[in-house]
Write a protein that binds this ligand. Structure first.
Ligand code: ADP
Length: 149
C-alpha cells in the first residue's frame, strides 16, 4: 500500500491544495490529508470546520482520508505507515523553506518528501491570502473549493 501524508494547516483548503492532491492521486493508493495542530497557533477556521471542508471537497473519493495530528509530521507518517510526505511548491520561497524541512525529515527520521510543482493558474493562491480577503469581507470564492465558499 503506497500511502502519502499531505500535511498542512489548511486554514482553509484552497484550489491550490486541491490541485496538488488530485495530481498526486495516480501515484498513491491513499493520500492522508493531515491537519497539523499547533497549540501555539491561532486559526481562522476551527479544526472541525477545516476537516469538514476537506472531507466534503473529496466526498466519495475512497483514496482520500482526512486526519489531524499533533507533534512531528515524520512521527505521524511512521504511525500511519506512510511511504512519504507530499508537499506542493509554488515558487523559490516555498522551495527554500521546504528544502531544510525535507532534508531534516530524511536525515533524522528517514522519511522522504515528494514535491509537486503547482499548476500555474494556482501559484498566486495561499490560505493566508484567503484569510486576508475573508477578514476584510471580500470575495474569495474563486480561490477555494465549494465547501469553503
Ligand atoms: P503550512 O501551514 O504547512 O504551510 P499550508 O496549508 O499552507 O500548510 O500548505 C500545505 C502544503 O500545500 C504546502 O506544501 C504548501 O506549499 C502547499 N500549497 C499551498 N498553497 C498552494 C498552491 N496554491 N499551490 C500548490 N501548493 C500549495
Amino acid at each position: 500500500m503506497k500511502r502519502a501524508v499531505f500535511p498542512g494547516s489548511f486554514d482553509p483548503i484552497t484550489l491550490g491544495h486541491v490541485d496538488i492532491i488530485e495530481r498526486a492521486l495516480p501515484f498513491f493508493d491513499e493520500i492522508v490529508v493531515a491537519i497539523g495542530v499547533n497549540e501555539a497557533k491561532t486559526y481562522m477556521w476551527s479544526l472541525e470546520e477545516r476537516m469538514a471542508f476537506i472531507s466534503e471537497a473529496f466526498a466519495g473519493n475512497s483514496k482520500i482520508k482526512v486526519m489531524s495530528y499533533k507533534g512531528l509530521t515524520a512521527a505521524f507518517c511512521k504511525e500511519q505507515e506512510a511511504t512519504c510526505i507530499l508537499r506542493g511548491l509554488r515558487n523559490t520561497t516555498d522551495f527554500t523553506y521546504e528544502q531544510t524541512i525535507a532534508q531534516a525529515n530524511d536525515l533524522v527520521n528517514g522519511v522522504d518528501t515528494v514535491f509537486l510543482m503547482c499548476s500555474p493558474q494556482y501559484s498566486h493562491i495561499s490560505s493566508s491570502i484567503v484569510r486576508d480577503i475573508a477578514r476584510n469581507n471580500g470575495d474569495f470564492s474563486s480561490l477555494v473549493p465549494a465547501p469553503v465558499k
